[in-house]
Design a binder for this molecule. Structure first.
Ligand code: SF4
Length: 216
């Protein structure tokens, strides 16, 4: 016989058991992270995600199991950086994002989700350099929970192909990789950027905010 609490613990333990160890690898999402200090901590002395965050991320993980194209969760590696493309087929990339705020138009995508555009551009660079075709890229946004905002859709796809310049993206990819390698070669984390505050993005969403701001 199991108790109710034991069932809950089983679920939580399973959530953490499926987590990957990325400490000794650089991923595309590290290159597009908003804070290199955060990446430093993730690689050198990571803190596990709070249980609430893990539960919140479950929906997103399930979304990624809804496969859309011929190849899903495609592992790719180029120039020492790893990536996992959500969906790929015949030169088409679809990257799925589970979000609280679904953009209405491409201007909102560019305003709030530039890091996602960069992520897909970097995937395109990696594909081309590995001899794969790249023709088109989409960001597919899915609303987390109910869509209560009038006039805003719960599901919206954007063709971001015109925003991707492969030459510029490759230069940026290699710059970011070089900067991140320099950060990770140090024993101390980089300084907190002067314009960052514990109450604003990205620190307000960051699990390292106590480590950064408490002074302990
Ligand atoms: S709390 Fe802010 S400065 Fe510290 S690691 Fe997180 S994002 Fe970077």
């Amino acid at each position: 016989m199991l108790s109710e609490v034991e069932v809950e613990r089983l679920y939580i333990a399973k959530l953490y058991a499926d987590e990957e160890d990325r400490k000794n690898e650089i991923h595309v999402t590290d290159l597009t992270a908003p804070c290199s200090r955060q990446v430093f901590y993730e690689k050198k002395s990571p803190t596990p995600e709070p249980i609430e965050n893990m539960l919140r991320m479950t929906e997103g993980k399930l979304l990624h199991k809804l496969f859309l194209l011929g190849q899903s969760e495609v592992e790719i590696k180029w120039s020492g950086v790893k990536g996992r493309i959500d969906e790929y087929e015949n030169g088409i990339i679809i990257e799925k994002k589970f979000v609280d705020f679904v953009p209405n138009n491409i201007l909102e995508v560019q305003k709030y989700y530039t890091h996602y555009i960069e992520q897909v551009a970097f995937y395109a660079v990696m594909l081309v350099n590995q001899g794969y075709e790249f023709k088109q890229a989409f960001l597919l946004f899915v609303k987390r929970g109910e869509q209560n905002e009038r006039g805003r859709k719960p599901l919206k796809a954007f063709d971001i192909t015109p925003l991707i310049d492969l030459n510029k993206a490759e230069v940026e990819f290699l710059n970011r990789k070089g900067m991140l390698e320099a950060v990770l070669a140090n024993d101390e984390p980089p300084e907190i950027p002067p314009n960052f505050s514990p109450f604003d993005y990205p620190c307000s969403y960051c699990k390292y905010s106590v480590r950064c701001y408490s002074g302990v």
